[in-house]
Ligand binder design. Structure first.
Ligand code: HXC
Length: 510
């Protein structure tokens, strides 16, 4: 009996060594943790339960029968984050570059099935050269199986991908179908094909960092939602995010103890809006002043900075925030910001996270670049996302809400539950100057007349009261009381029931 127990321990030790000490040392020399170390950082201490530690590949081509590693390059299982269950997989780059074989894929699919059945998020730590080349179509089939699970899990349980090494081929397409992608700066890359293939096919010379590094994907392509300095920081941030999310689509987001006053009055907000209505101010300040303990988990903070998206807590409950940012492009909506915010709104709606929308938007960005790029269709994504969302929606217009962008930004007409405005709000078809130049074109040569018309338009529309008279704005509120008013609004909506007509699925303008 003792022998058998010792044999089990010896087998476990071998599995824990992955591709061997030499490769582990190489992994460490690149500043990367091993697959097992990552799990230790991510989960609550001692909570990890492993599956399929002894699974081995079945390939006999290219001498693969002599290269067997128990576990086959991926560690799978479940554990807890602050006491709440998550499923995970962590690819082991020391085993054949973390490449995905048929059996490696089956391990990932198994935990994804369990996650869907038991209603818990899936976290993938990706460090993989993609489909295992020696296995050919068996590996490709394995990836397709993982993709199918990603699709089935989408909107059922949150899926989070952390990119922690060079990821190519299928190793990027699976993360692309998950809800959030986080990268590690300088040690993680995502590309369909690497720089060598790019050079061969297109003659382009590009470094891995330029082609698919964290900066590229967080600021240019928007494939990734955040980038962190090292493995530890990335994993700690994933813990922080998981803590804000519900475990599945049938659960409400967790309510955590909070240490902020529920009756906090923020006098400084009364002077947040500059006297000059065209001067910018930082919308981050408002978000942080509303949030419990000023904590804002921002999503895609380096992309389309004219809109902010992310999570805060209000009286302990998670709220998704979408806010125009007047510091960038005057807060205009454009292609990138519409796509960014639409995806965020849809995530919140899928997982019953209430949405707070802070509006200061002078309209859609005009011009050929935007029109040729399809701003009509991309802007419609955000309109569609807000309109179909059935979660509690609270909107605060701080200053401008012009034109179509007024409609889009969770207006009353798109089933906003509470639509508040600050006294500084200006709700109109467009700014006074533009409006005057159109409706009083015949007076354009007369500066005095134009000034008078502009003043007249401002007096009539540069306020929230015309909209309030129609009930499009429920209440004009004091800026300093915004946290209290918004928190009370969400509290009153806790039992909101709203559903859309039956359909197989909608046809959002992709
Ligand atoms: C088998 C692989 C592998 C792969 C890496 N290795 N990728 N083994 N299949 N796909 C092995 C290497 O042979 C090596 O083994 C070890 O992993 C480490 O690889 P290195 O090249 O030494 O590491 P590095 O220099 O850091 O480069 C990492 C890399 C590179 C950028 C990922 O290995 C690479 O380009 N690999 C191929 C990527 C690729 O084209 N994959 C196929 C994608 S097709 P030893 O024994 O020396 O440790 C795909 C289709 C899916 O995924 C469908 C999509 C829709």
């Amino acid at each position: 009996m003792q022998d058998i127990l010792e044999q089990l321990e010896a087998r476990r030790d071998q599995a824990r060594l992955g591709g061997g000490q030499r490769r582990i040392d190489v992994q460490h020399s690149k500043g990367k943790l091993t697959a097992r170390e990552r799990i230790e950082v991510l989960l609550d201490e001692g909570s990890f339960e492993e599956f399929d530690m002894f699974v081995a590949h079945r390939c006999v081509d290219f001498g693969m029968e002599k290269q067997k590693y128990p576990g086959d390059g991926v560690i799978t299982g479940w554990g807890t984050i602050n006491g709440r269950m998550v499923y995970l997989f962590s690819q082991d780059f020391t085993v054949l570059g973390g490449s995905l074989s048929e059996t490696h894929a089956a391990k990932i699919c198994k935990i994804m099935d369990m996650a869907i059945k038991n209603g818990a998020p899936v976290i993938g730590m990706n460090d993989s050269g993609g489909a295992r080349i020696q296995e050919g179509v068996a590996a490709l089939g394995g990836y397709a199986d993982v993709f199918q699970k990603n699709i089935m899990a989408s909107g059922v349980v949150p899926q989070i991908s952390v990119i922690m090494g060079p990821c190519a081929g299928g190793a990027v397409y699976s993360p692309a179908m998950t809800d959030f992608i986080f990268m590690v700066k300088d040690s993680s890359y995502m590309f369909v094909t690497g720089p060598d293939v790019v050079k061969t096919v297109t003659n382009e010379i590009v470094t891995a960092e330029e082609l698919g590094g964290a900066r590229t994907h967080t600021s240019k392509s928007s494939v990734a939602d955040g980038a962190y300095e090292n493995d530890m920081e990335a994993l700690f941030e994933v813990r922080r995010l998981v803590d804000m999310l519900p475990l599945n689509n049938r659960e409400k987001p967790p309510v955590r103890p909070y240490f902020d006053s529920h009756s906090r009055v923020e006098n400084s907000l009364d002077t947040l809006i500059p006297d000059n209505t065209n001067a910018p101010y930082d919308m981050h300040e408002l978000v942080r002043k509303l949030a419990d303990e000023g904590d804002f988990f921002e999503i895609q903070k380096d992309f389309a900075k004219n809109i902010l998206t992310g999570f805060i807590r209000l009286e302990g409950s998670t709220v998704g925030v979408v806010a125009n940012q007047p510091m960038v492009l005057a807060g205009c909506l454009d292609i990138d910001s519409s796509r960014k915010a639409a995806r965020f709104v849809r995530f919140c709606d899928a997982f019953e996270i209430p949405i707070l929308t802070l509006v200061d938007v002078p309209g859609f960005l005009p011009g050929t670049t935007q029109e040729y790029g399809g701003v009509i269709k991309h802007g419609a994504k955000l309109l569609f996302a807000y309109g179909e969302a059935t979660v509690p929606k609270v909107t605060v217009i701080t200053r401008k809400a012009y034109g179509g962008a007024y409609d889009v930004m969770a207006s009353k007409h798109l089933r906003g539950d509470f639509n508040y405005a600050w006294p500084t709000a200006e709700i109109a078809v467009m700014g006074a100057k533009g409006a005057t130049e159109i409706i009083h074109r015949s007076d354009l040569g007369d500066a005095e007349k134009i000034a008078a018309h502009t003043q007249d338009y401002e007096d009539r529309f540069a306020n929230p009261f015309v909209a309030a008279e129609r009930g499009f704005i429920d209440e004009v509120i004091m800026p300093r009381n915004t946290r209290i008013r918004v928190a009370r609004a969400f509290a009153s909506l806790r039992n909101k029931q709203l559903s859309n007509p039956w359909k197989k699925h909608d046809n959002i303008p992709l």
